[in-house]
Design a protein around this ligand. Structure first.
Ligand code: MV4
Length: 459
């Protein structure tokens, strides 16, 4: 087992990893930028090293600085958290070469999944359902037109090196194909230094459903079931829940088994998330895989009782799945609300000092955060300040706990997304489980109207 781990991250996820290390009796090293000197991850780690100026590119993304900190402190392993260097195959490779264990999959597996078209073909070979689409990358607009003819409009072209929506174009007819294909290719080339594109049938109003997996270094992979992540804005998730109201036990088992076989064959090790789109007839189609721990991992922890971050560390140290996760039982329902320091309707970032900070608590309530009263939210990083997670015996209980917890969460000094979450939790569509990736496009204008009406009443 590792004696000491460096956490190459900040904020709530750095604290989350420190919690896991403390419970495993492993020493911790925090790295921090000049803007994070007073952060809780620095305070709770056994050792802390400043790795540079505030901007991520100069600190948390600076591979030589992170590796130097690991060498100076003589750690056995690095946990990358999410974002930052977590899916950087080169970083994983440098860790391997420096004899520091990267807590994640092997660098080749990160690289494979980072090439979305290759990941798609790998899933297809293992009978994981994928959308109708191109076989491999498409070089020219003429080739794209032939594929689109075969697949049927509307189609979507995606950057093979992409993710998060960049380098994507929806194409609805043959007439508009050429300019859209060319602009996607140019955007992909500029953004990723790789202009490979592939094509899929476009789903108009999909649900976004993802499966959590864990793999050990002996070839055993298990599925821990799904999370429903459809409520998002501009590819930023806002609220997630597990299980999905739309996934039957039969589908959960079928997809889970296929993923276990596929990922075992690929050599997948550690935690991962496999993303699917669900179409109107409730069938799931693979779109891509994330090779890291995700922001929303706590909802899976709540319904399975499995500590995913501890599992990551144990699996990275070579432990076998039978020891780390003897059996998987799912029970109850969990919801996560991401509390961001931003304007709840305009979504502009709201950096500054938190003046008042009071967290809810009690049975079935969990808050993952690195925030506190008087803490300063720097403008350089993402705006997540807390994850409020509630658990209940069923969805109704989880919802009621979330409603009262949102009422009892006080954050003053910065704008937060708490008012938006309160509105979602009383929305009839949400209560009916009626969500898809366009959900907020409908709710936000409704909220604006409601506010205008309220203002008119007051004057
Ligand atoms: C799609 C799609 C519809 N059809 N693929 C957006 C980001 C990238 N991860 C995949 N994305 C999408 N792929 C097909 N064939 C719609 C989206 C999409 C989306 C997906 C998940 C969550 C939110 C989204 C918001 C807009 C578009």
């Amino acid at each position: 087992m590792f004696k000491k781990i460096l956490i190459a991250n900040r904020g709530e996820i750095a604290l989350r990893v420190i919690c896991a290390c403390k419970e495993l009796g492993i020493g911790t090293v925090a790295v921090y930028s000049d803007a994070d000197r007073n952060s809780l991850h620095v305070r709770f780690a056994d050792e802390a090293i400043c790795i540079g100026p505030p901007r991520s590119a100069d600190s948390y993304l600076n591979i030589p600085a992170v590796i130097s900190a690991a060498e100076i402190t003589n750690v056995d392993a690095i946990h990358p958290g999410y974002g930052l260097l977590s899916e950087n195959a080169n970083f994983a490779e440098v860790c391997e070469a420096s004899h520091v264990k990267f807590i994640g999959p092997p660098s080749e597996v990160i690289r494979l999944m980072g090439e979305k078209e290759k990941a798609r073909q790998a899933m297809k070979q293992a009978n994981v359902p994928i959308l109708p689409g191109s076989d491999g990358v498409i070089a020219t607009a003429d080739e794209a037109r032939e594929w689109a003819q075969q697949i049927g409009y509307p189609v979507i072209v995606k950057a093979s090196a992409g993710g998060g929506g960049r380098g994507m174009r929806v194409i609805r007819s043959a007439e508009e194909l050429e300019p859209l294909f060319n602009s996607a290719q140019a955007e992909a080339g500029a953004a990723f230094g790789n202009d490979n594109l592939y094509m899929e049938k476009f789903i108009e109003r999909p649900r976004h459903i993802e499966f959590q997996v864990l793999g050990d270094s002996q070839g055993k992979v298990i599925s821990l079931g799904e999370r429903e992540c459809s409520i998002q804005r501009r590819h930023q998730k806002l609220l997630e829940e597990s299980p999905s109201t739309k996934v039957s036990e039969e589908v959960r088992q079928t997809i889970g088994n296929k993923l276990e076989n596929c990922l075992s064959a690929i050599g997948y090790v550690n935690a991962g998330t496999v993303e699917f789109l669900m179409d109107e007839d409730d069938s799931l189609h693979f779109i891509e895989m994330n090779t890291r721990i995700q922001v929303e991992h706590p909802i899976t922890e709540m319904v399975t009782g499995i500590d995913l971050v501890k599992s990551q560390i144990l699996l990275a140290s070579g432990a076998s799945m039978t020891d780390v996760v003897p059996k998987v039982e799912r029970r109850g329902h969990a919801i996560e609300c991401r509390i961001n320091a931003e304007h709840p309707e305009k979504f502009t970032p709201s950096a500054g000092k938190i003046k008042t900070f009071h967290m809810p608590g009690g049975l079935g309530v969990r808050v993952d955060t690195a925030a506190y009263a008087e803490a300063v939210i720097p403008p350089y990083y993402d705006s997540l300040i807390a994850k409020l997670i509630t658990y209940g015996k069923d969805r109704e209980e989880a919802i009621m706990r979330m409603r009262r917890s949102l009422e009892m969460f006080i954050i003053e000094g910065v704008h937060t997304t708490i008012p938006l979450h309160r509105r979602i939790l009383e929305d009839e569509d949400f209560k009916a489980g009626n969500v898809n990736t366009k959900y907020l496009e409908k709710l936000l204008p409704k909220m604006k109207e409601e506010r205008a009406r309220e203002m008119a009443l007051q004057s």
